[in-house]
Design a protein around this ligand. Sequence first.
Ligand code: NAP
Length: 260
Amino acid sequence: MSTFNPTMLQGKVALITGGATGIGKQIAITLGQHGANLFIASRKQEKLEAAQAELSALGLHCHFICCDVRNSDEVEAMIAALLKQYGQLDIVINNAAGNFPAPISNISYNGFKTIVDIDLLGSYNVTKAAFEACLKQQGGNIVNITAPFQNGGASFQAHVAAAKAGLDSLTRSCAVEFGRQGIRVNAVAPGATGDTEGMERFAEASPEYGVNCPLGFVGHKSDIANAVLFLVSDAAAYITGQIICVDGGSSVDLLKMGQI
Ligand code: NAP
């Protein structure tokens, strides 16, 4: 049973990019289970169809559209399709991202650019299109899914760290500019999160990955989704421009003494 009131998002519409898989799908499920109507978007139709079927089987109301967030025309078309379907948009979750662990010497010029294009520019495209099409008139919530490691050096993640550092900056700038329009903009930074492709890739490279946090266990997708749910709820009405790490304390354990 949820800690939160199951009707708290009744009448709201939520867009989740990358909402067909992993953390994004769990965010969709959690927002849907608290009353939101859902719209998920990513590149691959088969993943979206499978997720829609799964969400519908849970009794949730979900539509989808294929969209590459790197393409601003596709993003504008996605927002238009959502508004045609639901007539409103209240919650935007910028979750779509790419990732592959690699040392800087093995990241190609194009590989680095691709990650920045998806994680940072893609989130900007969606934010801008949603703001112009509706949020600036009616207010709403934006939550960017970032990461906890970009404030330090991040081996094997230089490309992602650079993109997510930009996303953190975008989060704060949007919060400052959009506040008077009734739009709150925050970010959630997942640590190692179990049962995700990202986690699997890192666990292959380093079997201890994620376990060595102060809380001593790998997080669940529902931990991330619950933080998102809190941020889009009225309980967070005075919170904007914040980046909440949901990482078992990894980001504050600079000396890693807890592991000794
Ligand atoms: P995931 O399952 O790989 O999800 C990424 C999603 O983004 C996929 O559904 C993918 O769908 C979509 N996507 C990729 N490129 C896209 C594009 N150009 N346009 C539209 N959609 C695109 O990843 P995840 O592990 O759940 O991660 C979700 C978020 O959490 C990401 O922002 C990630 O950086 C962050 N995060 C995850 C972890 C972790 O431990 N998993 C840790 C820190 C941060 P298509 O292939 O259909 O496009």
